[in-house]
Write a protein that binds this ligand. Structure first.
Ligand code: UDP
Length: 248
């Protein structure tokens, strides 16, 4: 969050944001499932100007062997930002930021992946950010969720993620880059289909009542994302189901 936030105009005279959205509107999302033939599951997702690619491998024997767990599969998540994905070239390789995002994103999935079905195995989730415009960790989680389904990994439900924040004194959904840079707060969350929150982070300041308002709004955002994820799954997989032959 920048200190010159007071100089930035976030809303026009109609209360619309710099990219024309209403405060409670998410950016347009495009999804393609199954884009990589060598991965067990994959998903390419665009959210506004964010472009991310998720690949899932496994369940496969965990290596090195000392990482294996007798009663369950281990889950690994690697979030990586390509150097060319940002305005000022990002330094290649892991950073504190990418390690943190990888850790919290893995934790966002742990409650939904039925890992005890695969002792000694590893489930690897890789996410590459190809173009970044704020909200890459949430975009990555949404793509990873669908790549897990594409890989046939047993899950209790989808994970949907969205950010909420405060800009120009207002609570708004799914911050874009200027809002993220110059706004007062940014709060990414991830949520399961049955409404359990598996990730909450917060940068900036919110009062308790603003926090409550933000949490309510962001859960609505996650529900919107869930509907888009489900539509993408229907598009990918429903074409192969002959509903007439389905046994009642
Ligand atoms: N960003 C950047 N360089 C970096 C890290 C981030 O330009 O090394 C930009 C990028 O557009 C990113 C945004 O800042 O999407 C917000 O980053 P943040 O750490 O809040 O994570 P995100 O919102 O992408 O999950």
């Amino acid at each position: 969050m920048s200190s010159n936030q007071n100089d930035v105009v976030f809303f026009d005279e109609n209360g619309l944001r710099t990219d024309g959205r209403k405060p409670d509107e998410i950016r347009p999302m495009k999804i393609k499932i199954g884009v990589l033939s060598r991965a067990n599951g994959s998903c390419y997702l665009e959210w506004g100007a964010n472009k991310v690619l998720a690949a899932v491998y496994g369940p496969r024997e965990a290596h090195p062997k000392r990482t294996q767990r007798a009663g369950q599969a281990i889950i690994r998540y690697r979030y990586n930002m390509q150097s060319f994905s940002v305005e000022d070239r990002a330094r290649p390789g892991p950073s504190r930021r990418s390690s943190e995002i990888s850790k919290v994103s893995r934790e966002a999935f742990e409650p939904v992946i039925i890992s005890d079905a695969y002792p000694k195995a590893a489930i690897d989730i890789f996410v590459e950010v190809l173009q970044a415009d704020a909200g890459t960790r949430t975009a990555a989680i949404n793509a990873a969720s669908l790549a897990l389904v594409d890989a046939g990994i047993p899950i209790r439900g989808l994970v949907s993620a969205c950010a909420v924040g405060k800009v120009g004194g207002k609570i708004v959904l799914d911050l874009n880059k200027p809002e993220d840079n110059y706004g007062e707060a940014d709060l990414p969350i991830a949520m399961t289909e049955d409404g359990k929150i598996t990730l909450v982070q917060m940068d900036g300041n919110l009062s308790p009542s603003e926090f409550e308002e933000a949490m309510e709004l962001v859960q609505k955002g996650c529900r919107q994302v869930l509907e888009i994820q489900k539509a993408a799954l229907m598009e990918k997989f429903a074409a192969n189901i002959d509903f007439d032959e389905t046994v009642a």
